[in-house]
Design a protein. Structure first.
Lengths: 404, 272
């Protein structure tokens, strides 16, 4: 293994840094609780009892391993590389988010916490948190931007059915970043009994590492499955990037496989030139938000800008710090796909394979369509189908002028 | 010695507790800030904390979030706040001013440029809420040589070991956040705050200010008995927003009177 990549795989350092990114930029009140969380994760992640319980839950409750599906008809139609889909849409609750919440909830219980809080954008992480809270009999509060609540009404109701309290956040841009602010405020007020289940590979250390470790099950399975199916590693991995948890979960076990290209696809909204997008890695610059240093969409004075993406799960002005580092080192490439292109891919996959992808995942699919032609028929491309699209049916219909 | 150090020394010699009001720069509008700063000094403020508006004030409750949104709507940015301090200095060379805000606007300006401009404007201290000492080395290295005090927070969750680390980096005074929560939340537990401040004094030689949750003259007076400075933010900003400048200034004067009385009782050896 090349030395540089061995180093990349060993990050973050003990202060939670990925090169210049990451770290722990929070008010003093949260420093103690974050150190406590880090110590607990170090202790339990390799603990045989904890691992066994987590593995059992992933198998019996989440439904792992998820299949690696060869999308043969779609591949033929695109006339290029063989495309495989990692079917995270087939997990319990319908998205990869549950891999993380199952693990964090077990950790919370071992730490003696009785109350779970979470932020959510598309609602998938909120649903996944409410789900594990219901199962473990824990109280659950989910913070969600007012705008996201309107466009993801079904997920809001799902969370309430599961017994969670959903709190509408009307501050700022009324989306995911504001929900995250509010969750941090809740945590700082209730640190004694509350565990903050952060949904992505961002936030203060140890969250980027903790969430990545829990999501890396995606990449570990996919690596073994593609070796089984093709007898070799893929040429490229493709995943959408909002905060970046499904992408990091897929990429991480492949970081040392030099021959595998990594593509992270950001929400290009109405196009990067329009300024209405959610693509900090493509069009932002480094700064500090939500506890970590990373690429951000901000103005010249360091104020965070509103973002736009048709997909609520990508509508975030920051990104996990490890992605920032992979961008700078050149190990992964980050690109953007517009709302329009994502919608085309959504329809294309639905009609060709009978699989309704989430709008987030549709961004990865759209970019895979382009790559398929580049790589040609000898190529093998593995796409993370991070979630199912049922939650987006209303958004797609509205876009096409239909009221359901 | 810095202006903050001199001010605390003079107060200590006089047996007085500092009163430190916070206001968000540019709230309710940019023209109001500098005159209001002067009026707060006249009403008895010993130091001023001037909030730098930020789009995502994660450690602030609804009152200061709203103040930030009002200021940002008027286009108030970090450079405008520095201009306000420079204008304040035209008439007041004595009262220390501490900027309180979040790291990203400072990152965007650049640490060296920020320190240079802040010192030139007459700023005395910088409290960056989301910059704990572990990450603060680079900024502190730019602030100190220019005579700017890096002010840090301590909290109920701060261990003695962490307090020692904070003490190594901190300048001016230490700001003890007297409750678990965001600015403006609930009411503080004075007994607990007193014990914590006492513990902090064993590891920190700087003056200790106490803030978060002080909502009336009685609470200010009780805090004055244990702290070197009483910091009030949300309660003042809320009054300013709801009742206007007269009421806000008058309220601060009532806190001044309560704190002075507590100081006088302490000097006379009186019990609370």
């Amino acid at each position: 293994m090349p030395e540089a990549e061995a180093r990349a795989a060993a990050l973050p350092d003990e202060r939670g840094h990925f090169g210049p990114y990451g770290g722990r930029f929070v008010a003093e009140t949260l420093m103690g609780p974050l150190q406590e969380l880090e110590a607990a994760w170090r202790r339990f992640r390799d603990d045989p009892g904890f691992r066994a319980e987590l593995d059992r839950d992933l198998a019996c409750y989440v439904g792992r391993p998820t299949p690696l599906y060869p999308a043969e008809r779609w591949s033929r139609r695109l006339g290029g590389a063989r495309i495989y889909l990692k079917r995270e849409d087939l997990t319990h609750t319908g998205a990869h988010k549950i891999n993380n919440t199952v693990g964090q909830a077990l950790l919370a219980r071992r730490m003696g916490k009785s109350r779970l809080i979470a932020e959510t954008g598309a609602g998938q992480h909120g649903v996944a948190t409410a789900t594990v809270a219901a199962r473990l009999g824990m109280r659950c509060v989910v913070y969600m931007g007012a705008e996201d609540m309107a466009r993801q009404a079904i997920n809001v109701y799902r969370m309430r059915l599961l017994g969670a309290e959903v709190v509408e956040v009307s501050a700022g841009s009324r989306t995911l970043k504001d929900a995250l602010n509010e969750a941090l405020r809740d945590w700082v007020t209730h640190v004694d009994d509350t565990f903050y289940v952060l949904g992505t590979v961002a936030g203060p250390h140890p969250y980027p590492a903790l969430v990545r470790d829990l999501q890396a099950v995606i990449g570990r399975e996919a690596r073994a499955q593609i070796l089984e199916a093709e007898g070799r590693l893929p040429d490229a991995l493709v995943a959408c990037v909002g905060g970046g948890s499904n992408a990091m979960g897929l990429f991480h076990p492949f970081l040392e496989d030099e021959g595998v290209a990594l593509y992270g696809v950001e929400g290009g909204g109405e196009g990067l030139a329009s300024g209405r997008h959610a693509a900090p890695l493509c069009a932002g610059r480094p700064g500090v938000l939500h506890g970590n240093r990373t690429y951000l969409l901000e103005d010249a004075d360091g104020q965070i800008l509103p973002t736009h993406s048709i997909s609520a799960g990508l509508d975030y002005p920051g990104v996990g710090p490890e992605h920032a580092w992979l961008k700078d080192t050149g190990r992964a490439r980050y690109v953007a796909v517009t709302d329009e292109e994502a919608l085309e891919a959504f329809h294309d996959l639905t009609r060709t394979e009978g699989i309704l992808p989430a709008l987030e995942s549709s961004h990865a699919l759209a970019y895979a369509m382009r790559l398929a032609r580049e790589y040609g028929p000898e190529g093998v491309i593995l796409v993370n189908l991070s979630g199912r699209g049922d939650k987006d049916v209303h958004t797609v219909a509205a876009r096409e002028g239909l009221a359901l | 010695m810095s202006r903050i150090g001199e001010r605390f020394q003079a107060l200590r010699e006089a047996g007085r507790t500092a009163l430190v009001p916070y206001l968000t720069a540019g709230d309710p509008d940019p023209a109001a800030t500098v005159p209001l700063m002067h009026r707060l000094v006249e009403a008895g403020a010993d130091l001023l904390e001037l909030g730098v508006p930020f789009s995502d004030p994660m450690a602030d409750g609804p009152v200061i979030q709203a103040a930030c949104e009002r200021a940002l709507a008027h286009g108030v940015r970090l450079r405008d706040v520095l201009d306000m301090v420079a204008r304040f200095r035209e008439r007041d060379a004595e009262t220390p001013v501490v900027l309180m805000g979040y790291l990203n606007p400072v990152e965007a300006m650049g640490y060296a440029a920020f320190a240079e401009r802040a010192a030139a404007a007459g700023v005395d201290g910088v409290l960056t809420v989301d910059l704990p000492p572990e990450e603060a080395g680079e900024l502190v290295a730019e602030l100190r040589p220019r005579g700017l005090d890096p002010v840090f927070l301590a909290a109920p969750t701060t261990s003695e070991e962490r307090a020692r680390g904070i003490a190594r980096q901190a300048g001016g005074f230490l700001y003890y956040v007297s409750l678990k929560g965001v600015t403006g939340a609930g009411h503080l537990d004075l007994g607990d705050a007193a014990r914590r401040v006492e513990a902090l004094r064993r590891v920190v030689s700087l003056p200790v200010g106490v803030g978060f949750g002080i909502r009336n003259p009685e609470a200010a007076a009780r805090v004055a008995r244990v702290a070197d400075a009483v910091v009030v933010g949300s309660a003042l900003v809320e009054r300013l927003a709801r009742e206007g400048e007269e009421a806000a200034v008058g309220w601060l004067a009532s806190l001044r009177a309560a704190v002075d009385e507590a100081d006088a009782q302490a000097a006379a050896g009186g019990s609370p």
